[in-house]
Design a protein around this ligand. Structure first.
Ligand SMILES: Cc1cc2nc3c(=O)[nH]c(=O)nc-3n(C[C@H](O)[C@H](O)[C@H](O)COP(=O)(O)OP(=O)(O)OC[C@H]3O[C@@H](n4cnc5c(N)ncnc54)[C@H](O)[C@@H]3O)c2cc1C
Length: 168
């Protein structure tokens, strides 16, 4: 429906029957890199019900990411065609679906270029730990949840090891 192959109204049922149960899907996930033109800042005007500023997200697809997507679509089309597909419908990037929002508080040893250190503690606030997808350094090239879980275990272990002087 999103690609316009199944119209609403006249022709809907015919188009639906033509495609129904004859479709295989394939998804390519690309590693979007950290780029200075992509930012999350505080919205100057929009607030939530408590008056807290809403996040303002500025994002445009870079040439590098565009080319990765084109490559993924071309290879996936080859695979599907080799498998006997008669018609290949593509959408890149997907308009409606799961975008992985990573890297807004990235991990690193340099306080000028990262938000948390190598065991998850904020460089600027010694009793603040960030343990989620925001500490990734890129979007990752695969689904992120397992890695987020692994980071949670790793950071909890690191905290346990340092309990005596955790906030020094
Ligand atoms: C449609 C969709 C499909 C996806 N599919 C997959 C998949 O198949 N496999 C995979 O690995 N990943 C998938 N992802 C990505 C994955 O879900 C996320 O990367 C992951 O959940 C991020 O975890 P997180 O803990 O960083 O953030 P979140 O899970 O977003 O957790 C943030 C939490 O903070 C809370 N919060 C926000 N603001 C405040 C505040 N001011 N005070 C208190 N609490 C607050 C929120 O309510 C939320 O509970 C998908 C994402 C989407 C959107």
């Amino acid at each position: 429906m999103f690609s316009g192959r199944i119209p609403f109204g006249e022709g809907h049922h015919d188009a639906y029957r033509q495609l129904f149960s004859r479709i295989a899907g394939m998804v390519g996930i690309c590693e979007d890199l950290p780029e200075e033109h992509n930012t999350v800042t505080l919205d100057p005007a929009l607030t939530d019900g408590h008056g807290i500023p809403a996040p303002k997200i500025d994002y445009t697809l870079s040439e590098n990411s565009r080319r990765m997507l084109d490559h993924a679509v071309a290879r996936a089309t080859e695979v599907l065609t080799a498998a006997g597909a008669q018609d290949v419908i593509t959408e890149a990037p997907i308009g409606v679906g799961g975008w992985h929002l990573m890297g807004t508080a990235r991990m690193g040893t340099d306080p000028e270029r990262s938000v948390v250190n190598e065991w998850g503690r904020a460089h600027d606030v010694r009793n603040l730990f960030i343990v989620d997808g925001s500490i990734f350094v890129t979007s990752a090239g695969v689904n992120p949840t397992r890695t987020i879980q692994a980071l949670a275990l790793y950071i909890a272990d690191s905290m346990k090891k340092r309990l005596a002087n955790l906030f020094d």
